[in-house]
Design a protein around this ligand. Structure first.
Ligand SMILES: [Zn+2]
Length: 298
């Protein structure tokens, strides 16, 4: 999960498809049902998943405002590309119809239907992160629940990280095995709740994240092995190191899958390379080159 505030910076504003007369009429009818405690069904919800909305969210997911044909969008939560996770879903950060009883002390809470077509409540999720058993209709809070449109949402103190309004890096870090964990003192709890609810340590994600570092570290070790065997000199080693260093630096870019993990790799490169079983002279040479390229990249 990375910070994605493009929606707030996008001068295009709210997508027109959200505020069509038909949608606004439907929202008014929905709120009559809500206010009279009538049962709300899926058919009552205005349209929040047009191509326009999906395309805009996909662009934001990789730090852009407009999506190009070759772009691969990412899940806002787990940062998996679409190819890995089937089709994306437009997801309500605050659930539109009901809140999971796990987060309400068992009291029935009818969700936030007034936010069902609120542009700032719509995020992009893969089916795994948004499934029942993951985010689904979960919305844990530490403060006072907003139960009508007149309630102050800021009093809720939501315990799930919203990557559009707060930097997940404040709350989440990793260990060297690619597993996420909450960070800091006050922030650790929000980080851990988010990791748990979004299921960000599910096996497939940890395996995918770790594979990124494993592939890169294999390249480092293979270059060192060949150099140690005398197959080529230090100059060629520098060339091979440079190639892998460029790949390492790239892992943290917004459009990359698991960019937050890529940032961890880069911030902890000394420790990660230190754990590889290679001689000190090879590590020192690598880290010197890394620092040079990292500075060039800044
Ligand atoms: Zn996901």
């Amino acid at each position: 999960m990375i910070y994605i505030n493009n929606k707030y910076l996008d001068t295009a504003g709210t997508p027109a498809s959200l505020t069509t007369p038909h949608n606004l009429t439907k929202l008014a009818r929905l709120m009559i049902k809500f206010n009279t405690n009538s049962t709300i069904v899926d058919a009552d919800i205005p349209n929040y998943k047009s191509d326009e909305i999906l395309t805009r969210l996909k662009a934001y997911s990789i730090g852009k405002f407009q999506l190009d044909a070759a772009d691969q969008a990412k899940c806002y939560y787990c940062e998996s590309y679409g190819a890995h996770v089937a089709s994306f879903q437009v997801e309500h950060f605050r659930p539109k119809k009901s809140v999971n009883a796990q987060d309400t002390n068992g009291v029935a809470v009818r969700g936030y239907p007034w936010l069902s077509i609120d542009w700032h409540n719509l995020l992009l999720s893969c089916p795994a992160c948004n499934s029942t058993g993951a985010k689904g209709t979960r919305f844990p809070i530490a403060g006072v629940r907003a139960v009508t449109p007149h309630c102050n949402l800021t009093l809720e103190q939501h315990m799930l990280i919203n990557p559009e309004i707060e930097d997940p890096a404040t709350y989440i870090t990793f260990n060297d095995l690619g597993q996420m964990r909450g960070i800091g003192n006050g922030n650790a709890c929000k980080g851990n709740v988010s990791i748990g609810v979004y299921t960000l340590n599910r096996d497939a994600l940890v395996v995918n994240r770790l594979k990124i570092w494993k592939d890169l570290s294999s390249e480092i070790c293979e270059a060192v092995y060949a150099s140690e065997k005398g197959w080529f000199g230090f100059l060629k080693l520098s060339t091979l190191y440079t190639l892998v260093i460029k790949k390492i630096i790239k892992t943290q870019n917004n459009e990359q899958q698991y960019a937050l993990w890529g940032r961890y790799i880069n911030e902890n490169i000394e420790q990660l390379v230190g754990s590889l079983i290679i001689k000190k002279k090879y590590k020192s040479k690598f880290l010197r080159l890394y620092k040079r390229y990292a500075q060039l990249n800044n």
